[in-house]
Design a protein around this ligand. Structure first.
Ligand SMILES: Nc1ncnc2c1ncn2[C@@H]1O[C@H](COP(=O)(O)OP(=O)(O)O)[C@@H](O)[C@H]1O
Ligand SMILES: [Mg+2]
Length: 260
């Protein structure tokens, strides 16, 4: 069974950047196969990874929803479940050492409950082909709360140094508890810390929220530079401060040892 990692936190704190670096590191360690899932409606993990994506789950849901609601037929003899499976396989973009699936968002009105159910079933089947499922979530946690992504073995909460960021991940941790999702490990990474150091205010808030801090990633000028020129972060040198810090954290998380 795959080891499923979800990354969550407020918008703009660096979830996608860190997710991209995590995927790159695991691939480099020869671990895989990995299925990377971009579960943010405003998908951009592919940019961090330097990938093109043609088809999203949202578009597939839209196709099925149209067939359902507006009476646009699917090809003759094809059930919705078959169609979902076929298109889902087409939506998995294959890359070097990992595959990428983009959730996106359906545009139309109407109810997606039925399609979401199908999606959940198909994702379960798909996930069996992978050692790791790594999910970059949106701030809203829609896919987590719907349970679309199935079990989570490790939840990585990401925050910046702000109290609001820490409080936001505290709420996500609470949501996980309210939904009675069984997540055995929940860890916090604080990203974009000036000089890689937390000040007393941030530390205090982390303590107040009762969050388990696994590490701090520094503010890294290179990340900023790469991003502003649209260069994939996977091309950042491994000794760039943010990348080096993230790698040390992954080593501490023992994700890799767990698999061996
Ligand atoms: N450690 C870092 N140092 C400097 N800039 C960073 C760092 N991590 C992320 N960023 C920048 O912060 C912005 C938001 O990052 P992103 O990964 O898209 O956040 P999220 O996915 O949480 O919305 C991007 O412009 C990114 O380049
Ligand atoms: Mg993001």
């Amino acid at each position: 069974m795959s080891f499923n990692i979800a990354i969550a936190g407020k918008g703009g704190v660096g979830k996608t950047s860190l997710t991209g670096m995590l995927i790159e590191y695991l691939v480099e360690q020869g671990l895989g196969p990995i299925l990377a899932v971009d579960a943010d409606a405003n998908a951009n993990l592919n940019e961090v990874l330097g990938e093109e994506v043609d088809l999203s789950i949202g578009e597939i849901k839209e196709e099925i929803n149209k067939a359902e609601v507006a009476g646009v037929p699917l090809p003759i003899g094809v059930t919705k479940a078959d169609f979902m499976q076929l298109r889902l396989n087409q939506a998995v973009a294959e890359s070097n050492g990992y595959d990428l699936l983009v959730m996106g968002r359906g545009q139309g009105a109407g109810c997606y409950c039925y399609v979401n159910g199908l999606l959940k079933t198909q994702l379960d089947v798909l996930a069996k082909n992978y050692q790791y499922l790594i999910v970059d979530n949106e701030a809203g946690m829609e896919h987590l709360s719907r349970g679309t992504l199935g079990k989570i073995d490790l939840l990585i909460l990401v925050s910046d140094c702000s109290r609001r960021g820490i409080q936001a991940v505290g709420r996500i941790r609470d949501l996980v508890a309210e939904l009675k999702l069984k997540v055995p490990t929940i860890k916090l990474i604080v990203n974009r810390a000036p000089d890689g150091v937390l000040n007393a205010g941030t530390s205090e808030e982390i303590e107040k929220e009762g969050l388990d801090l696994i590490g701090v990633v520094p503010m890294d000028q290179n990340v900023f530079e790469f991003d502003s020129y649209g260069k994939p972060l996977v091309d950042l040198p491994a000794d760039s401060p943010a990348k080096a810090a993230l790698r040390a954290i992954v080593d501490k998380l023992e994700i890799i040892k767990n698999k061996k």
